[in-house]
Ligand binder design. Structure first.
Ligand SMILES: [Zn+2]
Length: 169
């Protein structure tokens, strides 16, 4: 598709496009894993986030105008960095399994040649909708600079802190 060859592949008219206003958010009563050997894990603890920045971690936090989401019974990992993610693979969810011809490598080899920049863009956005914000994106299907541009644009559009690695195919 010619329109996919354009250097800009954002499809902001059809998807969210821009980040929502990021006011105060309190993630309430989660099991906070700090990865700090001194602080340890913090059960039933709140995380206060303002405009994407963690301001406080503790119990009973409040902030005027903050909206809250309950994390009761869930793990909260402030500052978590996902060091190994292939964002472009997100479209393969549900296609890979233990059946013959449906293993990861067979499915990947079958679909990879058909990816265009807009596919990389949309796959990255889908993956990042899961709320991990700092990632190391290993992409072993980039064929052109436009593919890489689309991948990076999606990461910035979703408010991620990306590191993209262009792996040889
Ligand atoms: Zn991998």
């Amino acid at each position: 598709m010619d329109d996919e060859k354009a250097s800009v592949v954002r499809d902001t008219d059809r998807v969210a496009g821009r980040l929502p206003a990021r006011d105060h958010l309190i993630i309430r009563d989660g099991y906070v894993i700090t990865m700090d050997p001194v602080v340890g894990d913090l059960p039933e603890t709140d995380v206060l986030v303002s405009d994407g920045e963690i301001l406080a971690i503790g119990k009973g936090l409040s902030a005027e105008g903050a909206y809250e989401i309950s994390a009761r019974g869930m793990i909260v990992l402030p500052g978590f960095v996902d060091t190994h993610w292939h964002l472009w693979n997100s479209f393969m969810r549900g296609l890979i399994g233990n059946r013959p011809g449906r293993d990861y490598f067979t499915v990947k080899r079958g679909l990879a040649p058909f990816y265009k920049p807009l596919d990389f863009y949309r796959a990255a956005r889908l993956a990042l909708a899961e709320a991990v914000t700092t990632i190391h994106n290993w992409d072993h299907n980039l064929r052109t600079p436009a593919d890489a541009d689309a991948n990076i644009m999606a990461q910035f559009d979703m408010g991620a802190w990306p590191l993209l690695v262009w792996l040889p195919r």
